[in-house]
Design a protein around this ligand. Sequence first.
Ligand code: 6PG
Length: 247
Amino acid sequence: MNADIRVVTDGAALAQAAAALIVAAVAQQASRFSLVLSGGSTPNAVYQLLAQPPVRASLPWERIHLFWGDERYVPADHPESNFRMAREALIDHVPIPASNVHRINTDLPADEAAAVYQQELHRFFTEQGSDIPQFDLVLLGLGEDGHTASLFPNTAALEEAERWVVANDVPQLSTTRLTLTFPVINQAKQVAFLVGGEAKAAMVAQVLGNQHEGAPLPSQRVQPGSGQLIWLLDQGAASLLRDQGEV
Ligand code: 6PG
């Protein structure tokens, strides 16, 4: 796996490194910047840093567009909503235009929500003269089962080769999730995994240490074609890699 693996000391350093990565990526271009947010708990501290001085004032919020890599199929104000997490940690505290916040509309039936979101992506990228959905930066997390976004092992979304967004039944969670698919994630200019804590060390070693046998894990299938793949890890998450000298 051709990845740029960066290890920092702890969770706080991980959040700082991720915020710095976002600031640097935004500064690399003068036009609209499309940032795909990941869900779960890890990125919360990152979003809070973006919403506080000094970072808050340094970002050109008027040209930053927020998208979601996946969403739980719950209302926007539900405690499990990835949108709600980002709204509380970031969106409510920065001067980003409402039209720049591209929420996955989970008020619709799941398949329709996916189709409508794909139409929104298509409209966004068409406006900038592109017929391919090339996000500037996609943030991803890693589950202990090797999932990322809502691309869980043994689920149908893993095999989606055409659509950019699907409703994915996840039997292991007895739920439906909405998720970007590999075709669109792997188009991105930059993809950054943010992974912290010893609980993830075994999976990080499988994904990055090529220790995994059999079919690739979902996270191993994130291979941006022409984009940069970055793994931001804290020492806990990297601890089994370090033992093998991979970092
Ligand atoms: C979600 C995420 C999911 C997450 C991983 C890691 O909706 O939960 O998109 O892919 O990134 O499960 O979650 P933690 O950061 O909570 O460990």
